[in-house]
Design a protein around this ligand. Sequence first.
Ligand code: ZN
Length: 177
Amino acid sequence: MNDPTDEQISTTDAELWRPIPGYEGYYEASNLGRIRSVDLWMSNSHRTRSLRGRVLTPTLDRNRLKVSISVAGKRRYVLASRLIGMAWLGVPPDGHRIAHISEDQTDNRIENLTIMSVREIGIRNGRRNLGKTRDVCQRGLHPLSGPNLQINACGSRQCRACRQAAARVWREARKAR
Ligand SMILES: [Zn+2]
């Protein structure tokens, strides 16, 4: 039997909320990766009415979750991970971003978020792409292995035959001019 203590702690799942820096009084983010609007009291000279806060429904945009938020009549479409990270990890310094620890970019629980430099993120993404093995080239014509496999400076896997063919077409076009 494994000691269940750690697992019990991590699956407690008590949802806690913190204000989001820059959106205090409007939006809050939870440790479980959700964002909610805060109850607002709006008043004019005639009456005061309340606007109930609610949990926002994120939309999927290129494998990441975005939410639509509105402050003082301006609506913006923002990465949910950025808002949650700012609330729980702090505002990233210049040249840094909120990044996901696992490859699942939709897992916005705070244990899956971290602050990384743009440079570190680039290196990591390059490594991940390198690990993804596609065995034929994008055009589906040549094997992406052996001498035909080229790895460029960004770490992406490229087809030597397609690159040579493209270079040939370019040279022919230049000669024809
Ligand atoms: Zn090819």
